[in-house]
Design a binder for this molecule. Structure first.
Ligand code: SAM
Length: 283
């Protein structure tokens, strides 16, 4: 386990993932009944952008910082920027820190909602426990997030969201772990929303995962949202990333189309960025 999210916090992949996370949590809040948020790979929760790791890669400069003062952003991107600024607390025209998925969820959850956050790395889990020790809505576990899905689902709350955001250190092998965990989770908690983040290097390594989702998601719709900053034909760099969403909210494809083009434009590298929203399966 060499992966540390501090090197990547606030990069283009985090922006895509966290804007979608915010929208899915907001959709769950449309009903008063409590929901449960499950974060299988939660990491440490907060990242110091002036720290050694963030300064070494500078990835947040081509991610969240490109949106910070952008004029006339679509509502979803504006809401993301405001939430990141609020959690940072700094009034300057830049950010001192960047929030991870559990802190974003904690900010949006209501008193009646609950969360389960898993993180396997000892130090990351310890930091997250400290971040959230005052928040009785959260259970933070130092454990394997895939195994936790088997052990802890379904939660008492009947509605909810599972975010699966692995480091992909096992490269394409990570998809096998995700599929095994999802098979079990779909059987235990079929009506939850599942959001699975994945990196895009070579397109052909993702196709089998998409086929698997379409074949195994039962009665659920499966939607994918992708952001590409480079062509998806090189195994050597992160060309883009995607989120597969099982049981997406009603008309969520249209909600994505309202902001993904602007995000692709804002985060473009040496060539135009591109995006894709597509149902892998729709009932
Ligand atoms: C991409 S980061 C997660 C970032 C976080 N979801 C966010 O958006 O702020 C992946 C994390 O998963 C942890 N990890 C790796 N394998 C794991 C496993 N099997 N179960 C739980 N956590 C794991 C890593 O230590 C790392 O902190």
């Amino acid at each position: 386990m060499n992966y540390r999210h501090a090197f990547h916090a606030g990069n283009f992949a985090d922006v895509l993932k966290h804007v979608i996370l915010i929208e899915l949590l907001q959709a769950l809040k449309a009903k008063p009944a409590p929901f449960c948020y499950v974060d299988t790979h939660a990491a440490r929760g907060r990242y110091d952008l002036s720290g050694e790791a963030a300064r070494r890669t500078g990835e947040h400069r081509d991610g969240v910082l490109r949106l910070l003062d952008a004029p006339a952003l679509p509502a979803a991107l504006q809401a993301y920027v405001e939430l990141v600024r609020t959690l940072d607390g700094a009034s300057a025209d830049t950010l001192a820190s960047y929030p991870g998925s559990p802190l974003i969820a904690a900010r949006l959850m209501r008193a009646q909602d609950r969360a389960i956050a898993c993180e396997l790395h000892e130090e990351e889990a310890a930091v997250l426990k400290r971040e959230l020790h005052h928040d009785a809505r959260f259970s933070v576990h130092r454990r394997n997030g895939y195994e936790a899905l088997k052990a802890l689902l379904p939660p008492a709350q009947k509605r909810g969201l599972v975010l699966i955001d692995p480091p992909f250190e096992a490269q394409a092998g990570e998809f096998a772990l995700i599929e095994a965990a999802l098979s079990d989770a779909f059987a235990r908690w079929p009506n939850a929303i599942y959001a699975v983040w994945y990196p895009i290097k070579l397109r052909e390594t993702i196709v089998p995962f998409h086929r698997w989702l379409a074949a195994h998601a039962g009665a659920a719709d499966v939607l994918v949202a992708e952001l590409l900053l480079h062509p998806d034909n090189s195994p050597l760099r992160l060309n883009g990333c995607g989120m597969a969403i099982v049981n997406p909210p009603w008309r969520y494809d249209q909600a994505l189309e309202a902001w993904l083009p602007t995000l692709a434009e804002r985060l473009a590298q040496e060539r135009a960025g591109s995006w894709r929203v597509e149902f892998l399966k729709r009932n």
